[in-house]
Write a protein that binds this ligand. Sequence first.
Ligand SMILES: Cc1ncc(COP(=O)(O)O)c(C=O)c1O
Ligand SMILES: [Zn+2]
Length: 471
Amino acid sequence: MNEQILDNEAIMSDVNMPEVKGSLVYKCIGCGQVYDIYEFVYICLECGSLLKIHNTEFDQFKQIPAEKWKEIFDSRRNTLLPELSGVFRFHELILPVVTMQDIIYLGEAQTPIVRANPELSAWVGAPFSVKNDGLNPSASFKDRGMASAISFLNHVIRVKNLDNVLGICASTGDTSAAAALYLSYLPKSKVSAVVLLPQGKVTPQQLSQPLGSGARVIEMPGVFDDCMRIVEELAQKYNVFLLNSKNPVRILGQKSYAYEIAQQLGWDTTELVVVVPIGNAGNITAVMEGFVDLQSLGIIDELPCILGVQSHHADPVSRWHSTGDYVPVKVSPSVAQAAMIGDPVSFPKVRQLVSEYFDGRFFVVSVSESEIMEGMLTANRHGHVVCTQGGESVAGLKKALKNHVVLDTKRFVVDSTSHQLKFSSFQQMYFDDTFDSGYGIQTKDELKNKPILLEARATTIAQFLGLKKKD
Ligand SMILES: Cc1ncc(COP(=O)(O)O)c(C=O)c1O
Ligand SMILES: [Zn+2]
């Protein structure tokens, strides 16, 4: 269809087109064992550790000068070609084995970096910007990793001529929305979608998304960690395509968040701090890996600092960072519901990345539930549309500045991982003061708001507003 509405050949002559390059394998982060990329494996069959995708020919990329890479990526920035408009603008660094015909683009990525206004900056303690990944098609950053995973699945289905593939994930809400959306684009004869959700622990908006995309939605008692255990067992014992971030194909697309920040800052990452909420730790892993890629190709001179943020109701990574011991925690209710995870699956990758690349450049703060809500509501009263996890990031930056964890001389980009509207029920609970005591939230009247019903008469409204009549 794209060929019919766009003159691809003319466009392609202006763009640095991807040449399919590289040879990808899954590589165990524990014992180094490698696996064929065309097999559906998610953990090492030898030692049970997580897998990373490794391009055995990555060193060839290093022979290309950094200036050439920048020229390639910048030339694609304004392309009209849908295939290169999303995460695959960085095709070589994401999935070079996936050809143009296999790429699924539903409008993801290229999200804006929005500067905080002076009032909000003063409230937080330093000038900063929000890169809002709520402005993706399913309204969260998960679309980035889903674009890479589903394009890859599309590629494997074509190459291996597969039928009846079942795409499956456990979710705190947003992964299932993204998975259901992207899977629904593939032929029904080839693929179907199933998502597992913890009953009553996703917002009505999030639940409506996989239902609307036609996925089979299974609700289970328990929390996300319980759903995750079930899909892990299913992925181990049955023939399914796992769409959680444990599948490293997901991480590849999510790395584009880091590539885009660097590109949007003119490839200058000096003195940069990127603030990221942590749940299952897939996102922060991808962000760190993305910056490592750019540095290894000389595209950026310096790795940024990474500031992870967790709620004190689900903070195993924060505890590890301050004590040196990693111990899974039992979670308590959190408004940053998508990050309410007591034993993050990707923690081993975080630990490895920190020790290999981000030593001295990695910080984690933990914030209270009240601070998260105040972060969200205050940001949104100053021109933003951040979710509770975005509020968590804003609150984390405020706390890290106050406690001198990071210096106010740095440049800050704060990750809002989804859209305000997905979490509007928490906003409503704040306004109505109806939070269950388990959240431990103290509300502030100055942050509350509600509609006022008045009769439909201009004079009544003018009187209510105290308007002065024109002379
Ligand atoms: C909106 C939102 N923010 C943050 C997170 C946490 O990301 P991760 O689980 O990769 O750490 C999630 C994950 O579910 C999410 O949906
Ligand atoms: Zn292994």
